[in-house]
Write a protein that binds this ligand. Structure first.
Ligand code: SF4
Length: 394
């Protein structure tokens, strides 16, 4: 049995390829962390420190706490921490340090003297057993209760997007922890899930019913089953790739990473891959211009033929036939037409397979093994051309 966590399952959901590198092949990322995650962990450690001192009834002044944060940052910061290119140019690491500092100050001022709840655990390191026998990692930033039997599962969020109520009500991470709380503390009258959205100095709060928790556990077991049965781990290119530490190993970014090591424009232009894509894009551009030109010429020839009442136009070596033909245009509501043709008994003789729809259903296994065995599934390649967003236009 394996120990899963919210971040492990989310990695698979966001990019199966990254999951394979990180959790199956256990590769080390090229940067130890991103600046966002680093700032988040410095803020977490500082707030943990605050509550640990409070536990021993020690007074913690804000300036002492800020000094703790600054020292912690200085001791742990390293130049190989990943800062997304645009952020590096615009703001830099120092700005992130200041952002974290402001979050701590705001939190401190809002919640001092921190006696609204009794702290039961900080950065918990427990596990719970899922219905499928796998383990789930329970890591709660701040776990607390009050005198009325309410328990609080609190998470510090340092990201710059406020969690709205709908998102809080659908969040998997803290919701699963409430199962652990209910199991460990049967006296719990309620388990409140609280996200301290530190960048906004606000909280998002949610709670789950037993039925919702039951369904959630089942959903998680289903995803785990999918992960454990997965045979292919495709890449999934999204905005999150900017923060991925495996770009130089990823098929979608390996070439880009190689190109970044090249120092001269001449060398860059001589790269075999660069040459092929440049040539391919030139050909595509020419083809699209030619297609446009072909359409224009067709229109002009039709006009010319109509004007002189002719149906063959003669050139130097070739001639162009211009015949008026009838074309059937299908109605918007195709279902109605199909139903009509079926009713008339003429559908079977004229229907054509919607190949794209058929292919997608076969590949997803929606048509069953019997249909799958009637066709061959082979490897093919689809080529697409798009603009590189990471380079300036020439
Ligand atoms: S760079 Fe993107 S696509 Fe590649 S492994 Fe990382 S997350 Fe996946």
């Amino acid at each position: 049995m394996t120990t899963y966590s919210h971040s492990r399952v989310s990695t698979y959901e966001n990019c199966p390829y990254k999951y394979k590198l990180q959790y199956i092949e256990k590769h080390k990322p090229e940067s130890p962390t991103t600046i966002e995650a680093f700032m988040g962990s410095m803020v977490h450690e500082t707030l943990e420190h605050l509550y640990r001192l409070k536990k021993f009834k020690k007074r913690v002044a804000l300036n002492v706490l800020i000094k703790f944060y600054r020292d912690l940052w200085g001791k742990n910061y390293s130049d190989d921490i990943l800062i997304v290119k645009e952020d590096k140019e615009k703001v830099g690491a120092e700005n992130y340090r200041k952002m974290g500092e402001k979050m701590i100050k705001d939190y401190y001022e809002r919640l001092k003297p921190f006696e609204d709840m009794t702290i039961l655990g900080l950065e918990t390191m427990d596990r719970m057993t899922l219905p499928d026998g796998n383990q789930w990692h329970v890591r709660i930033d701040k776990f607390a209760c009050d005198d009325e039997g309410n328990y609080y599962v609190c998470d510090y969020k340092t990201n710059s997007r406020m969690k709205d109520q709908e998102e809080a009500d659908e969040d998997r991470q803290l919701a699963l922890y409430s199962i652990w709380v209910k199991d460990k503390f049967p006296d719990a009258k309620s388990v409140k899930l609280i996200w301290h959205m530190l960048a906004f100095n606000k909280d998002a709060i949610s709670e789950r019913t037993d039925e919702q928790l039951e369904k959630l556990q089942q959903d998680v077991c289903n995803i785990i089953k999918e992960i454990e049965n997965a045979k292919e781990f495709p890449t999934n290119v999204t905005a999150l790739c900017n923060y991925c530490g495996f770009k130089s190993e990823c098929p979608s970014f390996k070439h880009q990473a190689e190109l970044e090591k090249i120092e001269t424009v001449k060398e860059f232009k001589e790269d075999a891959g660069v040459k092929l894509v440049d040539e391919f894009s030139e050909v595509k551009k020419t083809l699209s211009e030619l297609n446009k030109k072909e359409d224009e010429l067709k229109d002009k020839l039709v006009q010319y033929a109509k004007q002189f009442g002719i149906d063959i136009v003669y050139g130097s070596n070739m001639k162009a036939g211009v015949k008026e033909i009838d074309k059937v245009v299908l109605p918007e509501n195709k279902e109605e037409l199909i139903a009509f043709l079926k009713e008339k008994g003429i559908w079977d003789g004229i229907s054509m397979i919607n190949f794209m729809g058929f292919q997608s259903k076969v590949l997803k296994g929606e048509l069953g093994e019997e249909v799958r065995e009637k066709v061959d599934v082979v490897k093919d390649h689809r080529l697409s051309l798009s603009k590189r967003k990471d380079v300036e236009e020439e």
